[in-house]
Design a protein around this ligand. Structure first.
Ligand code: HAM
Length: 423
């Protein structure tokens, strides 16, 4: 019997959790400054939400989904990403009927049956935003700015923002014809996957990291140079706004993304300090037809998601530490006898309004308790013994200064609080 966590999943605790909580806290603060509201959707959906939303011919739908039948024979899938689920929820609850853009953010675990390796998990965590109902290129710039600023606030300095446009259905269709005509005579140089992509999803060949495919692609026509007037004007405005905002970017003519729903602007934030194919910390783009395709109104939208696991991994690699929001003082309350717990609990209830308090639940010697408190970074110990209970007094030991102070519990509660705060 294998009772370890399944391959590609992880238990997250201790120091690692500190990184995750910091990333989430930073994101939530920033998302709310950009006026996004939180949405939570189920961890699984009817399979069609993803197969139709992400696209039948994508790697995710073809190979990577955790799909199962429930007891009534319905096909369900663990969410491999957030966008399709959020769009489904927006349509189901007609959330688009108020002022637009509708701006939501989400935070949750996602599941993809991929070969696990550094930075690639089968269960991973994303933080993402979706802004629905506006086609103005200024919102593309605002969404990219948000992604960029999020990584900046986490503490990264050397990430690269890649931007491209993959056009609309019309100019993309025309481009694919030209692209296929270019690839056709070189088709036998492609890897097996890309040979399939050639007929099913040719733009994905741009994404292949195999050397032979990279060579084929290097001189191929790029979609950016074949955009229709509307798509070209759109991306040019996005880029002008990014310049205006002083956001560094690179146009990556080979950037394509693994979802069929994208139109026009797409982007990724990558780290060149990660020497593997899993170097994207986040990515997103515009998807102007997904909502219509799902049976909602034909409404444009744009969003992005960051990978929390990869972001935490790179923070550690680069020595970026989670920054606390003012560390709370820690107090260890020690009862010297069973009969003193009611006094101790009363003191703990009062101090926990402000301080982190830990209680000893088995009676040991004061010496060993103080040693433990010092080792575990407590600032103060409060010892409740016979004298304390008799005189209603509190004895506080400043653990690092080796000093001791006394306060009357009935008359000096506020002094005690001020003393603990002020040290
Ligand atoms: P994505 O690029 O597939 O986009 O995922 C976003 C981020 O999730 C990636 O950049 C990566 O950091 C992380 N990620 C993806 N797969 C894994 C994995 N197997 N293990 C660890 N981390 C992973 C989306 O999912 C789109 N829904 C983003 C979006 C939102 N587009 C528009 N709106």
């Amino acid at each position: 019997m294998d009772l370890n966590s399944p391959r590609g999943t992880a238990d997250i605790f201790g120091e690692e959790l500190g990184y995750r909580n910091f990333i989430e806290g930073t994101a939530k603060k920033l998302f709310s400054l950009f006026n996004y509201q939180e949405i939570k959707t189920p961890a699984f959906e009817h399979t069609e939400v993803f197969s139709r939303g992400i696209g039948e011919n994508t790697d995710i739908v073809q190979k990577e989904m955790y799909t199962f039948e429930d007891k009534k024979g319905r096909s369900l899938t663990l969410r491999p990403e957030g966008t399709a689920s959020v769009v489904r929820a927006i349509i189901e609850h007609k959330l688009y009927s108020g002022r637009l853009p509708l701006k939501v953010y989400y935070n949750g675990n996602m599941f993809r049956y991929e070969r696990p390796q550094k930075g690639r998990m089968r269960e991973f965590h994303q933080l993402g935003v979706e802004a629905v109902g506006v086609s103005n290129p200024a919102i593309d710039a605002e969404v990219i700015w948000l992604a960029n600023q999020l990584f900046g606030e986490i503490g990264f300095k050397d990430l690269t923002l890649l931007v491209n446009s993959i056009g609309c259905h019309k100019c993309r269709k025309d481009f694919i014809k030209k692209f296929k005509a270019y690839i056709e005579p070189k088709k036998d140089k492609l890897c097996r996957d890309c040979k399939n992509r050639f007929s099913n999803n040719p733009l994905r060949i741009f994404d292949c990291k195999k050397k032979s495919c990279v060579n084929v692609i290097s001189n191929s026509p790029k979609i950016y140079n074949y955009l229709c007037k509307d798509c070209r004007e759109h991306i040019e405005k996005v880029i002008a706004y990014l310049k205006n905002l002083n956001i560094n970017y690179e146009i990556d003519y080979n950037l394509v993304r693994g979802f069929d729903y994208y139109t026009k602007t797409i982007f990724e934030v990558i780290s060149r300090q990660i020497k593997s194919a899993q170097n994207a910390l986040g990515g997103g783009g515009r998807y102007d037809h997904l909502i219509g395709q799902f049976g909602g109104p034909d409404m444009p939208a744009i969003g992005f998601a960051i990978g929390v696991d990869r972001t935490a991994m790179l923070m550690k690699q680069l020595g970026i530490k989670p920054r606390g929001r003012g560390k709370k003082k820690k107090v260890y309350l020690i009862a010297m006898d069973e009969s003193y717990y009611s006094f101790l609990l009363e003191v703990a209830k009062f101090l926990r309004n402000i301080f982190i308090c830990e209680i000893n639940f088995s009676i040991k010697s004061v010496g060993s308790e103080l040693k433990w408190a010092e080792k575990n970074n407590f600032d103060f110990a409060i010892i409740i013994g016979e004298q304390e209970v008799k005189d209603s007094k509190i004895t506080v030991k400043d653990i690092r200064a080796f000093k001791q102070y006394e306060f009357n519990w009935l008359t000096e509660k506020d002094n005690l609080m001020e003393f603990l705060k002020g040290k």
